[in-house]
Each structure stands twice: as structure tokens, then as C-alpha cells.
Ligand binder design. Structure first.
Ligand SMILES: Nc1ncnc2c1ncn2[C@@H]1O[C@H](COP(=O)(O)OP(=O)(O)OP(=O)(O)O)[C@@H](O)[C@H]1O
Ligand SMILES: [Mg+2]
Length: 344
């Protein structure tokens, strides 16, 4: 395989991943005979691997062509950014292969979807990006489309799997009928360095990436104590940020046609791949990243571990909004977060 794609080809079956797949498999196995729809929510921060779980699960149950016709056991779509019944039903019709997915009234489309689901034997509907059912601006749940989904699940007796950011909890919390149908959520976690089992999990994930990279490149051992901590500070325990950084590292090696990598290469890959909030330095007129580069030579000597861990918690999270200036507080930043830890 071309080394450019090795990071994307790796699937690390870490504990949360395995647990989520097991829950979905159980749901899939019991859905056909269930007297009411089985509903599961896969919830986690961005880049915790929710979509990858869904992708792998759907890959295990692909559409097949049988003697009696096409079988599509799972219908998977990404929730549009402002979901409506019309938008969602059209997406589902498109996913099931209806060439006339935009034709007809909302009711006609819904009837057609139910008919097609029965015809191709669909017994699970998977909606990724479910947080779009909650409008952050108005803090409102899209109740109409949520109700439509509940009725679809009830009438077709299909299992319903939704995946999304923690804000999607509001959709279920605020709809008693959905809440009554959903089992406890399956959580995809951000790993915490200070919790022993989670640190071990992180080291095992690093080891899995390391083994594949070592097959093609001579790279410093990522799971070794000091390096593992630097990697943790890079991704804050989010597997998606770790894989993005490693992908950049491998791409750079591939572009430069080099087989041996040093700390400097890791430092460069970090600078290129990780989105970093910038801090303006008025004296020089320049802006520099708030976060120090974890692969800089003096990184571990320069900062206290607690400071670094505080900063790592903010990786992949939105920056705190600057507070509105008041006469008393002036324009200084809000308390907490990495700005305090690093004196920004
Ligand atoms: N178990 C895993 N093994 C290897 N790579 C993984 C694994 N889980 C996630 N990744 C990689 O991490 C990246 C982010 O994962 P994914 O898209 O599933 O996150 P997400 O939780 O859906 O994020 P978002 O909420 O932003 O959509 C992807 O490139 C994915 O391939
Ligand atoms: Mg996703």
C-alpha cells in the first residue's frame, strides 16, 4: 500500500470502539423481532470516533443482492444542517435508491419511504450528526422532524441509531416520547491522562499506530513514556486529532521521500496539522500559537505537567468566547482554560 494512506487504513479496536460496536450489533440482532423500536444514541465530543464506529458497523452489514431482490438492512444518512421533514425524507429516499426522491408531497414521500424500507428489508436507520436537530442559536429542538422520526421508527419497527455531539442530548431530553424509547447513551470518550485505565488505553492506541508506522518508517517510538505524553498534549486524548497529526507526519515523509524521522519532523508535523488559537503580541505585531509545540526540544522542561494537562483538555474544543467588556473588568479575558495556564 502507498504509505500516504497507511494512517487511514488503520482501525484501532480500542475499548470504547469495541463497546459501541457490540451495542450496535446487539441492537441489530434483536431489532427484527422487537415489539417496539430499539433506539440508541452514540454521543461524544468531536473527533472521538463516532462516525468511524458507524462506518465500520455499516461496512459489516452492507447492501446485498439476493434472489428475491435487493436487501438494504441499514439506511445511513448524515443529518442536514437545518433538518426538516422534507429534507430528511428526501435524504433517506436517496439513500435507499429512489431515483424520484424529490417527487411528491411530504406524506407521499413518507409513504414511499416506508414501502421501500419494507421492500428492501431495512430494519435499522442510522443518523449521524444528530446534534443538528438542536439549533444552538435559538437553543430550540426541531420538534417536528424529531416527531416524524419517532413515528417512522414506530411504524416500520426499525431500530434507530443516532450519533452526535453532546448537545444532541437536548433533542432526546426534551421529547418525552423519544426519551422513553432511547436506551442509555453509548459514550465515545476523550481519554484522560490522569486516569490510569484511560492512560493505558491511550498508550495502547499509540502502540497500534506505532506498529503500523514502524513497518514503513524509522520513527521515534510513540508509546514510550515521554513521547506518549507529548502525543497526549498534541491530541488531548482525542483519537481523531492524533490520527490527523500522524497522517501529516507520514505525508511529509512520503513527500520528502525519507524513511528516518526525528523529533524535529514531529514538531513540524504538529505545526502544520494542529489548529491552534493565536495570540497577538502587540510589541512585535506578530501572532503566535497560544499552545506550545509538544515536540519542541525543551517542552517538558519549560512547563509544569499540570499546566500542560490543563492545556491538553482544551485541544479540539472551541475557544472560550471573549467576555463582553465591562467598565469594571475592562477587556481582559475570562477565567479558566489555556489562556490562564499560559498567561495569554
Ligand atoms: N478506532 C479508530 N481507529 C483508527 N482511526 C480512528 C478510529 N476512530 C476514529 N479514527 C479516526 O479519527 C478521525 C475522526 O474520527 P470520526 O470522524 O469518527 O470522529 P467523530 O467523532 O465522528 O467527529 P465529529 O463529531 O467531528 O464528526 C477519522 O480520521 C478516523 O478515521
Ligand atoms: Mg462524525
Amino acid at each position: 500500500m502507498d504509505i500516504k494512506y497507511i494512517i487511514d487504513s488503520i482501525l484501532v479496536p480500542h475499548s470504547a470502539f469495541d463497546h459501541a460496536i457490540d451495542k450496535l450489533e446487539q441492537c441489530y440482532a434483536y431489532a427484527p423481532g422487537a415489539s417496539e423500536p430499539v433506539c440508541i444514541a452514540l454521543i461524544g465530543e468531536s473527533r472521538t470516533g463516532k462516525s468511524r464506529v458507524i462506518e465500520e458497523f455499516c461496512h459489516r452489514h452492507p447492501p446485498t443482492r439476493l434472489e428475491q431482490g435487493l436487501s438494504i438492512p441499514i439506511l445511513r444518512v448524515k443529518t442536514p444542517s437545518y433538518p426538516t421533514v422534507k429534507g430528511l425524507v428526501e435524504l433517506l429516499l436517496g439513500a435507499i435508491g429512489d431515483p424520484r426522491f424529490t417527487t411528491g408531497t411530504e406524506n407521499a414521500k413518507t409513504m414511499r419511504l416506508k414501502h421501500l424500507m419494507q421492500k428492501v428489508g431495512t430494519y435499522m436507520v442510522v443518523l449521524d450528526e444528530f446534534q443538528h436537530f438542536f439549533d444552538k442559536g435559538s437553543q430550540m429542538v426541531m420538534h417536528q422532524v424529531a416527531d416524524w422520526l419517532k413515528i417512522l421508527a414506530d411504524e416500520t419497527r426499525c431500530a434507530l441509531v443516532v450519533a452526535g455531539l453532546p448537545t444532541c442530548r437536548a433533542v432526546i431530553d426534551q421529547n418525552e416520547q423519544l426519551a422513553g424509547r432511547f436506551a442509555a447513551p453509548v459514550i465515545m470518550p476523550r481519554l484522560n491522562w490522569t486516569v490510569e485505565v484511560e492512560r493505558q488505553e491511550f498508550l495502547a492506541i499509540l502502540q497500534a499506530f506505532d506498529e503500523v508506522i514502524a513497518g514503513v518508517l524509522d520513527c521515534p517510538a510513540l508509546a514510550a513514556e515521554e513521547m506518549a505524553f507529548r502525543c497526549f498534549c498534541t491530541c488531548g486524548g482525542l483519537i481523531g486529532i492524533l490520527s490527523k497529526f500522524l497522517r501529516q507526519l507520514v505525508w511529509n515523509a512520503s513527500t520528502a521521500d525519507r524513511k528516518a524521522l526525528t523529533l524535529k519532523d514531529l514538531q513540524e508535523a504538529h505545526t502544520q496539522s494542529i489548529w491552534s488559537i493565536q495570540r497577538d503580541t502587540p510589541a512585535t505585531g506578530q501572532s503566535t500559537p497560544v499552545m506550545p509545540n509538544p515536540f519542541a526540544q525543551d517542552f517538558l522542561k519549560q512547563y509544569k505537567r499540570d499546566e500542560l494537562l490543563l492545556w491538553a483538555q482544551s485541544v479540539g474544543r472551541p475557544a472560550p468566547r471573549p467576555p463582553k467588556a465591562t467598565k469594571r473588568a475592562g477587556k481582559r479575558s475570562a477565567r479558566g482554560g489555556y489562556n490562564d495556564a499560559f498567561g495569554a
